[in-house]
Design a protein around this ligand. Structure first.
Ligand SMILES: [Ca+2]
Ligand SMILES: [Ca+2]
Length: 272
């Protein structure tokens, strides 16, 4: 992974650390998870395969900068992104779109105005009943560079661990999840997501971003977060609506044979 010459100001380190403690103390939901059922973030459950775009609505992220924070040398805190999952049983082109939206669930108001970025990875976080993966687990901390803000890397592969027996004797040994980088897309330009080398945005910071990825069969996770690198609102809540469209990639050899067979049938019919 390239070391980038970019780091958050010291004050933001303290702000991020304070928010991290609040989040982890108040809710296990803040750890990496995908929800469940029709309100969850598992696109297999939502039926996004071969049926056109499917949208996961009423989701949220915390902070305006979670994705961009993972583009620098000290990585980012995955609590500031939202994880989604899908599994493929065939080669496919996947289109992912994220739209910033305001909504309220009657208890909490979520603002519009997020400039979204997202990254796609092979791999699947630990699922219940196993303990969830998170940046604050003993092994996550022990296996990343000292002083890093978290385990999340926006433009490269990374890993994260769940809690093990060191946290609770009833748990098994801590386990690692590997996320293999497959690509990213980000709203706007360097004016919002910062100057990490090699980053390219969609050029229009309008709260919407889309990207397409050619993927092989397997389990995938994508993380959505804010792309305002200079943002300081560690606890702000933003609404997002995320769509996935899956287009199977035809197998070239199979297609060729099928095409030849059809041509042969057509020729035979003409001769009759
Ligand atoms: Ca960072
Ligand atoms: Ca845009």
């Amino acid at each position: 992974m390239p070391i980038l010459n970019q780091s958050r100001p010291l004050g933001q380190h303290f702000a991020a650390a304070a928010a991290f403690l609040v989040v982890t103390a108040s809710s296990g939901l803040a750890h990496i998870g995908y929800g469940s059922g029709p309100t969850g973030r598992n696109f297999n459950d939502l039926g996004a395969f071969g049926a056109g775009p499917v949208t996961a609505t009423n989701q949220s992220v915390t902070s305006s900068y979670g994705w961009a924070d993972g583009t620098d040398a000290d990585w980012g805190d995955s609590h500031k992104l939202r994880a989604y999952r899908f599994s493929l049983t065939y080669d496919a082109t996947i289109s992912i779109s994220v739209q910033s939206v305001a909504y309220s669930n009657g208890v909490t108001n979520y603002s519009a105005g997020l400039l979204p970025g997202f990254s796609v990875f092979s791999g699947l976080a630990h699922l219940s009943p196993k303990p969830a993966d998170h940046d604050g687990s003993a092994q996550s901390i022990a296996t990343r560079p000292v002083g890093n803000e978290g385990s999340f890397i926006a433009t490269g592969s990374w890993s994260i661990w769940n809690d093990g027996t060191e946290f609770n004797p009833a748990f098994g040994p801590a386990e690692e999840t590997l996320f293999g980088f497959r690509g990213y897309a980000v709203d706007g330009s360097a004016a919002n997501f910062g100057s990490a080398p090699g980053l390219a945005g969609d050029g229009n910071a309008d709260g919407f971003v889309t990207g397409s990825f050619n993927l092989a069969p397997g389990d995938y996770t994508f993380f959505v977060g804010g792309s305002n690198y200079a943002g300081t609102d560690a606890s702000a809540l933003y609404g997002i609506s995320t769509s996935l469209n899956v287009v199977p990639v035809p197998e070239p050899a199979g297609l060729g044979l099928a095409g030849l067979a059809l041509t042969g049938l057509a020729l035979r019919r003409r001769r009759v």
